[in-house]
Ligand binder design. Sequence first.
Ligand SMILES: *[C@@H]1O[C@H](CO)[C@@H](O)[C@H](O)[C@H]1NC(C)=O
Ligand SMILES: *[C@@H]1O[C@H](CO)[C@@H](O)[C@H](O)[C@H]1NC(C)=O
Ligand SMILES: *[C@@H]1O[C@H](CO)[C@@H](O)[C@H](O)[C@H]1NC(C)=O
Length: 175
Amino acid sequence: MGSLSFFFLLVLLHHSHFITANSDLIKKTCKNTNYYDLCLSSLKANASSSKADTRGLAVIMIGVGMANANGTYTYLSSQLLSETNDTIMKKVLKECAYKYSNANDALKDSLVELDLMSFDYASVQLSAAKDYPNACHNAFKRFPGLAYPKELASHEISLERICDVASSIVNVLVW
Ligand SMILES: *[C@@H]1O[C@H](CO)[C@@H](O)[C@H](O)[C@H]1NC(C)=O
Ligand SMILES: *[C@@H]1O[C@H](CO)[C@@H](O)[C@H](O)[C@H]1NC(C)=O
Ligand SMILES: *[C@@H]1O[C@H](CO)[C@@H](O)[C@H](O)[C@H]1NC(C)=O
């Protein structure tokens, strides 16, 4: 074997070892969370997870949360424009849009804290982010005649679970 192809074989072996090692890290990390499947599929959907350390995995998960919060904010804003003439519904939708934008801000702040290695503060921001979707749900509960839209309910559950997973990953770093 020429030395060049030997070199490439080494690179290949090293590379595949790397990927296996990280797949183990991802599994181990997700086993520490309450939603293993959600964690695994979210992390594996992002190619950079194959090179990430535990902190990097938290960053990816928080990015998934931000996309969710922002998507929900966009959904609520479009509902506000089109949906209804009902002033109470409009008021509640507006409040909810604000809560999801707060969730997005809290997630962004958690990234800043992770960057500073302030894992406990990152954790506080993630708890805040997890509470905002429920604050929107509570806004609907204040008006018994007002139905909580199904689509919003499913956005609420996803964002709460994503934040919960991100929180569990960060908690590994705290200790
Ligand atoms: C993967 O995660 C990184 C870090 O959060 C992010 O910058 C990137 O946009 C993500 N890629 C995709 C395809 O979502
Ligand atoms: C939210 O999504 C829109 C459209 O995809 C994008 O232009 C905007 O920058 C996003 N905002 C945040 C805060 O991520
Ligand atoms: C809102 O009110 C306008 C004018 O009264 C009416 O034409 C329209 O159909 C209403 N839209 C909805 C979604 O109820």
